[in-house]
Write a protein that binds this ligand. Structure first.
Ligand SMILES: O=C(O)CCC(=O)C(=O)O
Ligand SMILES: [Fe+2]
Length: 241
């Protein structure tokens, strides 16, 4: 039987729990997907990190005060698996993004498909692809941050853990903080297995309070890797200036 990876990924994404994921995003600003990529796919993606070609830039985090460890942004054309993930995830998340903007009283609405949104990014001068691979070794960490690359911001992004906790590395938890207006911040640690994705808010989300809807600011990062090596695939939907 002919087997197309793009189709396969689209089917796997269609089979995720699209009742629970948006509900958890609304409730907590983050949701895990359960197993999405196979161990072989994870290893294949992590192995790309050492290759010369296929990337547009490399960032050594310590040089910028971003933490410790490094990452590389893929060049276009994206690896087929990465492109298929980005294309199949976007239409599932656009309704959440639009509902959040409506709740926050923001006029921006996102088109139902990634091609149209990418065209809008390009028209706004954001044409460089943002999917990336991250690599952390012992002692490395990723400071709390927001992945903003210009005025065009799709409010949700996805990170897929490519290494297996407890086997490949220890420590290195994915963490999120939520900063509520005039209140103390809330932290969330997101447990992930190899091949599992976390969907989370890029910069803010609406929360319903007693006096209406307010905006909480989110940041994400990775706690210190205690042992071993940890790889992640980051899927950000807006392109970069
Ligand atoms: O390594 C991680 O889990 C975090 C990756 C990250 O910051 C991102 O995908 O934007
Ligand atoms: Fe990030």
């Amino acid at each position: 039987m002919r087997h197309s990876r793009g189709m396969d990924i689209a089917n796997r994404i269609a089979a995720l729990d699209w009742a629970r994921i948006p509900a958890e995003l609304d409730g907590f600003g983050a949701a895990t997907t359960g197993a999405l990529l196979t161990p072989g796919e994870c290893a294949g993606l992590a192995a790309l990190y050492g290759r010369e070609d296929g990337f547009r830039s490399r960032v050594v985090m310590a040089r910028h005060g971003f933490g410790r460890g490094e990452y590389r942004y893929f060049a276009n054309p994206l690896p087929p698996l990465v492109g298929a993930l980005r294309e199949a995830l976007y239409p599932r998340l656009a309704p959440v993004a639009n509902a959040w903007n409506a709740a926050l009283g923001l006029p921006r609405r996102f088109p139902p498909g990634l091609a149209a949104f990418t065209a809008e990014c390009h028209a706004a001068g954001q044409a460089r692809p943002t999917p990336l691979l991250l690599r952390y070794g012992p002692g490395d960490y990723n400071c709390l941050h927001q992945d903003l690359y210009g005025e065009q911001v799709f409010p949700l992004q996805v990170a897929i853990l490519l290494s297996e906790p407890g086997r490949d590395f220890e420590g290195g938890e994915f963490v999120l903080t939520e900063q509520r207006p005039r209140m103390q911040s809330r932290a969330e640690v997101v447990p992930l297995r190899q091949g599992e994705a976390v969907v989370f808010a890029v910069h803010h989300r609406p929360v319903r309070g007693t006096r209406g809807v307010y905006r909480v600011m989110l940041r994400h990062g990775v706690s210190r890797i205690r042992m071993g090596e940890r790889f992640t695939l980051g899927v950000i939907f807006h392109d970069a200036a």
